[in-house]
Design a protein around this ligand. Structure first.
Ligand SMILES: NC(=O)c1ccc[n+]([C@@H]2O[C@H](COP(=O)([O-])OP(=O)(O)OC[C@H]3O[C@@H](n4cnc5c(N)ncnc54)[C@H](O)[C@@H]3O)[C@@H](O)[C@H]2O)c1
Length: 384
């Protein structure tokens, strides 16, 4: 099967590393020359298969069956819609859309064109979350009455992505509950079934604002005297060498030079209390579902904890999951914490890519379709 990849950044590189052998990448579409050439080299795409603009790529029919769309969030629907109109199946990054109207336009177009759109909601493919789903579906808890679920965005991810980074402003990347918690909303709606009857949301920026800056904190971390700041960019990028995958290294430069320059002049060297972020760092959502399940969801980006915690109360038993262990007192005690640091979301990214291409080949639906991801997205849209 021949495919194209549109948007060759971090996520696309991960998917490219697990493309099945029978799938051939013929085209890459990416405006950044360094990313374009490195993705092309990774998959052996000649320069005739490389495009810097979507318009140019879609200006002629291509001998492909599917595209992977891993562009920035706002481009998901316009790009996927164009692909669908050309009759290509689409593996689309989350969130599908920025509004319900956009979502429905894409869903209707894909149904009338008869193409599949798989959505990159990897929690559905993750062994830990699949086990929770299996326990709930097996009936051990009885009917679900209430779910409490918290997504703790740890300090490094919060600072890099949602305070300094590309998902820090609603204007650029939509609200954080959509960009980050669409995974959680999807998982919980997949688990519970039914639809959202009502939802109420409260969000604030509790920590990452100027009046919360420690005394003496400077505008950039390079000259900041606050030595115990957990958000220091110097410690994160220069000393620990974490979250640097997205830094492009031009030919003739070293990683050291790129990090130095980013710390001195780039967005990632800024003090987290003095950025232009406007997405919430704390949000609570209460929803009632048509199944009469009460859903309490929390986004917590200000503590030092990372990961997801879930409590599912049923009419027969309660399941407690802390991101590693899954416990139903007296019945189940299982430990999945060894999956924590494994690459590609503990193999879930590979599983979703394989599921998508197997679905296209065997003319079945992928596990995460536009139709089945609609309710989770509706919950996110309701919180805006
Ligand atoms: N499923 C997940 O767990 C997960 C995790 C992180 C990000 N994401 C999503 O994946 C998508 C990509 O995120 P990322 O971290 O790879 O970001 P990224 O910035 O590394 O990659 C996006 C790429 O798209 C390119 N691009 C921009 N405009 C384009 C255009 N007009 N045509 C083609 N390409 C264009 C950018 O140059 C960039 O290389 C986002 O929608 C993000 O929300 C999903």
């Amino acid at each position: 099967m021949n495919i194209a990849v549109i948007g060759a950044g971090n996520r696309a590189r991960k998917y490219l590393s697990c493309i099945p052998g029978e799938v051939h990448v013929l085209y890459i579409v990416e405006p950044e020359p360094l990313r374009l050439s490195s993705a092309a080299a990774m998959c052996g795409v000649p320069s005739s298969g490389c495009f810097t603009s979507i318009e140019e790529f879609f200006s002629a029919p291509r001998d492909i069956e599917a595209v992977i769309v891993a562009t920035p969030d706002q481009l998901h629907v316009p790009v996927a819609l164009e692909a669908v109109r050309h009759g290509y199946h689409v593996l689309l990054e989350k969130p599908v859309a920025q509004t319900l109207q956009e979502y429905m336009t894409l869903l209707e177009a894909s149904l009338s064109r008869g193409v599949q759109v798989g959505v990159c909601l990897e929690m559905r493919f993750h062994p830990y979350f699949q086990r929770i789903k299996e326990i709930v579906s097996g009936g051990m808890l009885g009917d679900i009455v209430e779910i409490d679920h918290t997504e703790h965005i740890g300090p490094d991810r919060m600072a890099h992505t949602f305070v300094r980074g590309l998902w820090s402003r609603v204007e650029d990347a939509g609200p954080i509950f959509l960009s980050k918690c669409c995974h959680d909303a999807d998982f919980l709606m997949w688990l519970s079934g039914g639809s959202v009857v009502s939802a109420h949301s409260t969000g604030v920026i509790r920590k990452f604002r100027t009046d919360r800056a420690p005394y003496g904190a400077t505008a950039r971390c390079t000259d900041c005297p606050v030595s115990d700041c957990p958000y220091s960019a110097v410690k994160l990028y220069m000393e620990r060498r974490e979250w640097i995958d997205g830094f492009d290294v031009p030919p003739g430069s070293t990683f050291e030079e790129v990090i130095d320059s980013e710390l001195a002049h780039g967005r990632y060297g800024r003090c987290v209390y003095r950025c232009d972020n406007n997405v919430y760092d704390t949000q609570d959502v209460e929803a009632v579902l048509s199944t009469e399940v009460r859903l309490n969801m929390h986004l917590e980006g200000t503590s030092m904890q990372e990961g997801r915690t879930t409590v599912i109360r049923g009419t027969k038993a309660t399941l407690e999951a802390d991101g590693g262990r899954i416990v139903v007192p007296g019945l189940i005690r299982e430990d999945y914490s060894h999956l924590g640091g494994l690459p590609l979301h503990a193999g879930a990214d590979r599983a979703l890519v394989e599921d998508f291409f197997a679905a296209i080949s065997s003319r079945r639906e992928p596990l995460a379709t536009l139709s089945s991801a609609l309710e989770g997205h509706k919950l996110c849209f309701a919180t805006v």
